[in-house]
Design a protein around this ligand. Structure first.
Ligand code: HPA
Ligand code: ZN
Length: 339
């Protein structure tokens, strides 16, 4: 079986996907027309051409403009349903999906429209055998009090979320600023994750672990600069949700052959492969596996480990994780019997 066949065949979980980052230019134009929202771009092609970034902020500037077209419950349904469809095609069986409530409430969109739209799309995905957990992220470029207020506003929807996260501009916005809202989230029984070490220093990863007490780190690339930190991540089995194509498009690595994924696996880190913002970075999860595998010369065994890690690193109950891993082991047996 070829590498791409193996990747397609393996059941996977996706743990680092921003739903707004799955807004494809075609849907973006459709929603702009539906909502009579005028865009600066004349065509899908022109918009796609603008997707050239040299760092995180350049991407975020265009990402926040793009999501202005999301206005009604139906828009949020269409957004999520389109992503779940793509993920199903990639044999993704479980998704832990991020979204940015403050990027919508700040435009006057009610939380209820967001949650109702997403929940309908999740119900449809569940019917097709895919489980989905929602993880709203706080925007770290906004004041920490805004995050606290957003968390209070989400109280009626706590049943609908599994955890909280932290995203947006990293440099100069350290995790330590968000201790209060993370304490509140944990007290409410939620899981916690945070983007750290994408552009920011290893110190931000330490803060996410020690002060926010996160269950998982998103990206975490720069952990590899600090061997004590690597030891901590390995000892505590803190999963990293790695996003190869995102890292390439945002200049976190200049070449995928320099990506730290292989070193992470070799160090014993529970690293996972994810798409981050697939509409902007040129590939959904299987494309991320394939590009990483090719650039880093990953073996079939490495690829199987990554698929297993995606479930071990998830917030699924142990029995569900075990059942997905048993499915992966079936495929592993086929590999061994062929070699
Ligand atoms: N980093 C930070 N914030 C984000 C990202 C990312 O990669 N994608 C969407 N919001
Ligand atoms: Zn991200």
């Amino acid at each position: 079986m070829s590498t791409s066949e193996l990747i397609e065949k393996l059941p996977k979980a996706e743990l680092h996907i921003h739903l707004e980052g799955s807004l494809e230019p075609e849907l973006l134009f459709e929603l702009a027309t539906r909502n009579k929202f005028s865009l600066e771009y004349d065509s899908v092609e022109q918009l796609r051409k603008a997707y050239v970034f040299s760092n995180l902020q350049e991407f975020l500037d265009i990402y926040y403009i793009g999501m202005n077209v999301l206005q009604t419950e139906e828009d949020f349904f269409d957004l999520a349903a389109a992503y779940f469809q793509k993920a199903l095609q990639d044999n993704v069986r479980h998704v832990e999906a991020f979204f940015d409530p403050q990027a919508h409430t700040s435009r006057g969109i009610p939380l209820r429209a967001i949650f109702s739209g997403f929940k309908k799309a999740i119900a449809a995905a569940n019917d097709k055998g895919m489980s989905v957990y929602l993880i709203p992220c706080f925007l770290r470029h906004l004041p920490a009090i805004d995050a606290v207020q957003t968390f209070v506003a989400m109280e009626p929807f706590l049943e609908d979320i599994h955890g909280v996260g932290l995203d947006s501009s990293e440099q100069g916005c350290p995790p330590s600023l968000f201790v209060e809202v993370y304490d509140q989230a944990r007290a409410a029984g939620l899981k916690t994750v945070a983007h750290a070490g994408e552009e920011g220093p290893p110190e931000y990863i330490w803060q996410a672990i020690d002060q926010l007490k996160v269950d998982r780190i998103d990206h975490g690339n720069r952990a590899m600069e600090d061997s004590l930190l690597v030891n901590r991540i390995v000892e505590r089995k803190i999963p990293l949700t790695v996003c190869p194509l995102s890292n390439l498009q945002l200049g976190v690595v200049s070449d995928l052959r320099d990506h730290p994924l292989r070193k992470m696996l070799d160090s014993g880190i529970v690293a996972t492969v994810n798409s981050d913002d697939p509409a902007y970075f040129g590939g959904y999860v299987n494309e991320n596996y394939l590009h990483a595998a090719t650039a880093l010369n990953l073996s079939d065994k490495d690829i199987v480990v990554l698929a297993k890690n995606s479930f071990t690193g998830s917030f699924l109950p142990d029995a569900s994780t075990a059942s997905h891993i048993a499915d992966i082991e079936q495929i592993e047996k086929e590999l061994v019997s062929r070699s």
